[in-house]
Ligand binder design. Sequence first.
Ligand SMILES: Cc1cc2nc3c(=O)[nH]c(=O)nc-3n(C[C@H](O)[C@H](O)[C@H](O)COP(=O)(O)O)c2cc1C
Length: 293
Amino acid sequence: MGESARELTEIIETPEGTFTVKLTLDDLGSIYPGMIRYTIEVLHGTTTVYTYAINSYEAPPISLFDTRKAAEIVFARLVHDVASRPEAYVRPRLFTRPLPGTGAADVVILQGSPRRFGNSAKVASWCYDEATRMGLTSRAFYLHEMDIRPCIGCYVCYNHGYCPVDDDMPAIIRALETASVLVVCTPVYTGTVPAPLKALMDRCQWLHAREKILGKEVHARGLLVTVAGRRGAEPFVCVTRVVDMFMKNLGIRPAAPVLIGDLDRAGDVGVIAGAEDDIRAAFRALLTPRDEG
Ligand SMILES: Cc1cc2nc3c(=O)[nH]c(=O)nc-3n(C[C@H](O)[C@H](O)[C@H](O)COP(=O)(O)O)c2cc1C
């Protein structure tokens, strides 16, 4: 067994050929302070047939073993397993859920209201229509009609760039990763966004991880259009900050948000003079090259 800089390598000769089990570590401190990722790979010849990863943010303080120890246990277990039953390791075994291969679009619209024919939905339809007129492809996600679970804070996405929570998020991540425009259409709920949209934002930590780990950078412009029941600026204080933070975390450049208050009945945004024109113009402006100054 070779060991250098706390990395381990074991070469195992078997009737199925030569296997190498490697434990490597990566300092992810530039993403999160003190984050270390341990990766254990099994290679059959030069082909990686199995990969296990664990990072130091996964282990709670009361863990019996620290992350390094856990990685060493997995390493030893894999060395033993490969030697005992090499036939189980001759073909690659993938334990991640890849993103869908299709579903890319120029424009992603996140519609955060449960009201299918409400104000946010109307705004979403204007943006969708405007994109179509401009010859762009769009995907509109009505979040209340999807299964989007809250982030469980496991930090597993920083291992391979995949999230272990099994729901409808992969299609959204796939679309966001390739889109050049993101529009968030949402009502204000108790000062911020409705729960499914907040869940989506938290789950997009997965996209942040993909950007950091896999270099999948998002180069999109973002627009928030938000509606509220009350008048004045106060209802929008929190929602604008939350959505701004969400976009910037992903490298999406937010445009000035469109805020429309004094609106409670579904669809009333359609009768506010100038609202549709303003929103369509704000959408078109996202596609207009601007001074990067
Ligand atoms: C649960 C709930 C919470 C709300 N919270 C606020 C709020 O904090 N401030 C506000 O101005 N309006 C609030 N509203 C009103 C909505 O923002 C408003 O009715 C909006 O036009 C709904 O948009 P939609 O048609 O897209 O659903 C709330 C509405 C609901 C149902």
